[in-house]
Design a protein around this ligand. Structure first.
Ligand code: ZN
Length: 203
């Protein structure tokens, strides 16, 4: 199982990190060893002083597919979720500056968290799903999938040109603005379309 992630999919987040606006989706992957154990907290790794939360809408692939056209992409998923793409921003900055791959900053153990899954049929419009992340009771990230530069079906189509999608693969569709530091003792809560998706403690 692989986690396929989109970078820079919300214009305001591109501005906050002062990145260039891409002309095609930026794709990176996380291995399944990134996934934290259910019910376990997120442990801050010792190699970073700047772990950021990135809340993202997730899509679980339910069929094998390659070269999927956007108009057929909706047949490749039934469930939508919400999760966190934890990023060691200090390390990522260092790697980016040297033109090196991001894996150490994005793919360490615990760097992906997946909340509850929801059947997509319960949402009226997955292209306008409101979602938010609350840190210690304060809303820190809040946006809608309507503000994605590439929507879910476009992402599926794009990534399947390069990688065969397999059952159980998960797409992380990019984070909106508001990314920020997590520290020991923080409590992170995610909501998707008004429904509780996860609560995660930071240790
Ligand atoms: Zn991300």
């Amino acid at each position: 199982m692989k986690l396929i992630c989109v970078g820079r999919n919300y214009a305001k987040h591109i501005e906050e990190l002062q990145n260039d606006r891409p002309d095609a989706p930026i794709i990176f992957m996380k291995p399944d060893s990134c996934l934290g154990q259910k019910g376990q907290p997120f442990f801050i790794p010792d190699f970073s002083n700047e772990i950021h939360h990135e809340v993202e809408v997730l899509v679980k692939i339910n069929r094998i597919g390659k070269h999927i056209q956007p108009k057929f992409a909706h047949k490749y998923y039934d469930e939508i979720g919400l999760g966190l793409d934890f990023t060691a921003r200090d390390l990522q900055r260092e790697l980016k500056a040297k033109g090196l791959p991001w894996e150490k900053a994005k793919s360490f153990d615990g760097a992906a968290y997946i909340g509850q899954w929801f059947d997509k049929s319960q949402f009226l419009n997955i292209n306008d799903l409101q979602f938010q992340l609350t840190k210690n009771g304060v809303v820190v990230q809040n946006d809608t999938t309507a503000n994605m530069m590439w929507g879910i079906d476009d992402i599926i189509s794009h990534v399947s040109r390069y990688f065969t999608l397999k059952i159980g693969d998960i797409l992380f569709t990019g984070t909106p603005s508001g990314v920020g530091l997590v520290q020991r003792g923080d409590e992170l809560t995610g909501q998707l379309a008004g429904q509780h998706a996860f609560t995660l403690n930071v240790k």
